[in-house]
Design a protein around this ligand. Structure first.
Ligand SMILES: C[S@@+](CC[C@H](N)C(=O)[O-])C[C@H]1O[C@@H](n2cnc3c(N)ncnc32)[C@H](O)[C@@H]1O
Length: 259
C-alpha cells in the first residue's frame, strides 16, 4: 500500500529540477497579476517549498513570508535572492496574528495539509479584511486517468491522488462555508506536454523524486512503471509506430476574499 505522506526533506535538494530556468509559468503570472490587482503589501505562501513563487512576487512587495513543514525545503529557500521571512510548522496551525496578510496562497500543496478545512479557517483568520486566499493546483478528480500519462503507467498513483487531493469543488464549498466572498475557480494554466517516443525519458517530471506522485512509490513500483514505459517504446519501435505520452490538464486558481 502506497503511503499518502511524503517527507519533503528527502527530495528537497533535487526539488527545483522541476523549474527549468527557461520556462515561464502562467500560474506565476496569475499570482503576480493578483498580487498587483489587490495591491498586496504582505504575502504569505503556505507550503512555500523552495521559495520559487515567493521570489517572483518580490516585484510587488518586500514583505514575503514562507511557511513550510519541511526543514530541508526551507533551507533551500534561504538561498533565494529575495529576502524571505521563513517559519516551520503545519498549515493547519499558522503562527501568525489575526489579520496579518493581504494575500495568502498555496501552490501544489493543499493536498499535503491533511485537514484542508482547518487550513482554510486559519487562512481566514490571518487574512486582513479584503485579503485574498488563492489555492492553486490541479484536481485529479477532474483530470481523470487519461489526463496525465504518469497515471496510466505507474500503479496506484491515480487512486492515491484521488485520496490525497480534495476536489476543487469541495475546497470552494469550504471557502464559502468559512465566510470567503465569491469563491470561484479560474483556469490559470493548461499543462499540455506531448512527449514523442523516447523523448519521454527526458521529462523532468518522470524522475523518481520530482513529484510527490512518484516519490511516494517504492523503488520497485517506480521501476515497474519505468519498465512499462520502456516496453511500450520498444513495441512502438518494432511496429514502426509513433507513440506519444501526454500531460494534458488544467491548473486552477480557487480564489476568495475575506469580507
Ligand atoms: C509540491 S511542494 C510545493 C512547494 C511550492 N509551493 C512550489 O509550488 O514549488 C509541497 C510543499 O508543501 C509542504 N508541506 C507538506 N505538508 C505541509 C503542512 N502540513 N504544512 C505546511 N507545509 C506542508 C512540503 O514540505 C512541500 O514543501
Amino acid at each position: 500500500m502506497t503511503s499518502l505522506h511524503l517527507n519533503y526533506d528527502q527530495i528537497a535538494n533535487d526539488y527545483d529540477q522541476r523549474y527549468p530556468s527557461a520556462q515561464q509559468w502562467e500560474r506565476g503570472q496569475a499570482l503576480l497579476n493578483l498580487a498587483k490587482r489587490i495591491n498586496a503589501r504582505t504575502i504569505l505562501e503556505t507550503g512555500s517549498g523552495t521559495g520559487y513563487w515567493l521570489t517572483l512576487l518580490s516585484q510587488v512587495t518586500p514583505n514575503l513570508f514562507g511557511f513550510d513543514y519541511s526543514m530541508g525545503m526551507l533551507q533551500q529557500s534561504q538561498n533565494r535572492p529575495a529576502p524571505l521571512s521563513l517559519a516551520r510548522g503545519t498549515a493547519t496551525q499558522l503562527p501568525y496574528e489575526n489579520e496579518s496578510f493581504d494575500l495568502l496562497y498555496c501552490v501544489d500543496a493543499i493536498h499535503h495539509f491533511g485537514d484542508h478545512r482547518a487550513f482554510i479557517a486559519e487562512a481566514f483568520r490571518v487574512l486582513k479584511p479584503g485579503g485574498a486566499l488563492a489555492v492553486i493546483g490541479h484536481d485529479p478528480h477532474e483530470t481523470g486517468v487519461k489526463g496525465w500519462y504518469i497515471y496510466e503507467y505507474f500503479d496506484s498513483v491515480y487512486e492515491t491522488d484521488l485520496q490525497r487531493y480534495p476536489s476543487a469543488k469541495s475546497i470552494l464549498h469550504e471557502m464559502q462555508e468559512t465566510g470567503f466572498q465569491n469563491p470561484a475557480a479560474e483556469t490559470v494554466e493548461h499543462i499540455h506536454n506531448v512527449h514523442i517516443g523516447k523523448n519521454v525519458l527526458d521529462d523532468p517530471f518522470l524522475k523518481h523524486n520530482a513529484t510527490s506522485q512518484l516519490a511516494l512509490l517504492s523503488d520497485e513500483t517506480y521501476q515497474t512503471g519505468m519498465r512499462k514505459i520502456k516496453e511500450k517504446l520498444e513495441q512502438s519501435t518494432a511496429a514502426k509506430e509513433l507513440i506519444t505520452f501526454r500531460s494534458d490538464f488544467p491548473v486552477k486558481m480557487l480564489l476568495g476574499y475575506k469580507p
